[in-house]
Design a protein around this ligand. Structure first.
Ligand code: PHE
Length: 353
């Protein structure tokens, strides 16, 4: 049986002819059904016309095969591209050139709206950065805490007003009611939303041997009525350093370096005597900014009872701790006059940062 060979010219002509017809069919398709029918006709895997021509490749003279294969591939790509652009056109795609005669390609494009980080997030990032440079490692703790970590281990006795159900978001309502009328506790370790980040000190010291040099930063909750300076949820940053011979002088140095890094320049700071159950002595720290003394936060030397509660030897190590309000730092820096702006998510406010 003689095998007829197909001349290369004819093969190429067939391809060209088919490409023209396919492009016409794709471009003329008015619906996705039209387009699909055209796709099957030309690109169908079994009976498509491209496939049929591909089969005739077998009857091309051996010497012409590489050239024929190349043509075949080029045509295949061109047909596929014609199909894809028809598909996009039917999908209402905006990526091709517009057919609108009024379209002016020289007009400036529409600037995409780029979001930015919330001012509190920006402040948090900056605080983390500063604390990292001061040699403190970031530590985290849960926002749902138990009485032990929020109060007991921090040397806050059962009778202390800070435990009042009216001042805390307890999660066990029955427990809170029992507490409020002075009834005996059913559960001596009720859960609550943490009211301070000092809880993280305890969690870290429970699992780490001294020396410790950490900071934690996160949300705390107190049922305060919102006003310009209060909100039921806010952020605190807590620093803790425990080692041999840590003193109040170390605390003051760290606070001073911190204030200078955050506010810039030589910011005077001062400490005043205060009281916290978990520090002794306790201080209130202020910095001088914009012509007046501004409250920084609470601080002090970690109470030996706290060190004992986590299994440290208060004779061998000492430590300092401090806690700052993040919102206040953010508000001072940006001259924000009401904390509630930070949580209303009004873009007219947020866009400014
Ligand atoms: N936890 C205290 C508060 O919420 C602040 C503080 C932290 C004070 C660490 C002393 C040491 O007010």
């Amino acid at each position: 049986m003689s095998v007829t060979t197909m001349p290369l010219d004819q093969f190429v002509n067939d391809l060209k002819q088919m490409l023209t017809e396919a492009s016409t069919a794709f471009d003329g398709a008015q619906t996705t059904d039209d387009l699909d029918a055209a796709r099957i006709e030309f690109l169908g895997a079994k009976k498509g016309r491209l496939k049929a021509i591909q089969k005739s490749l077998g009857s091309i003279d051996k010497a012409d095969k590489p050239a024929a294969g190349k043509e075949l591939n080029a045509t295949k790509n061109a047909i596929n591209a014609a199909f894809e652009s028809a598909k996009e056109r039917l999908a209402g795609g905006a990526s091709g050139p517009s057919n609108d005669p009024n379209f002016d390609p020289t007009l400036p494009g529409q600037r995409p709206l780029i979001g930015n980080l919330h001012p509190i997030t920006q402040t948090i990032n900056e605080l983390k950065d500063i604390m990292g440079r001061l040699g403190f490692t970031h530590a985290e703790g849960p926002e749902i805490e138990d009485d032990y970590h929020n109060f007991k281990a921090l040397n806050i006795p059962t009778s202390h007003p800070a435990r009042d159900p009216l001042d805390n978001f307890y999660l066990h309502t029955a427990q809170a009611q029992a507490d409020s009328i002075g009834k005996e506790l059913h559960n001596d370790n009720p859960l609550l939303l943490r009211s301070q980040t000092s809880t993280v000190q305890i969690r870290v010291m429970e699992t780490t041997k001294p020396p410790v040099r950490i900071f934690s930063l996160g949300r705390v909750y107190r049922p305060d009525t919102p006003d310009w300076s209060h909100y039921p949820m806010f952020h605190q940053m807590e620093g803790l350093m425990v080692d041999e011979n840590v003193t109040l002088a170390d605390l003051k140095t760290v606070l001073k370096l911190f204030a200078q890094s955050y506010l810039g320049g030589d910011v005077p700071i001062r400490i005043r005597p205060s009281f916290f159950p978990f520090t002794e002595p306790s201080v209130e720290a202020d910095y001088f900014w914009d012509g007046k003394w501004v409250e920084f936060g609470g601080a002090g030397i970690v109470d030996p009872n706290v060190l004992s509660a986590v299994g440290y030897d208060p004779e061998a190590v000492t430590g300092f701790a401090f806690g700052l309000g993040v919102e206040r730092l953010c508000m001072i820096r940006h001259q924000i006059t009401d904390i509630r702006y930070l949580f209303t998510n009004d873009v007219r406010f947020l866009r400014q940062f």
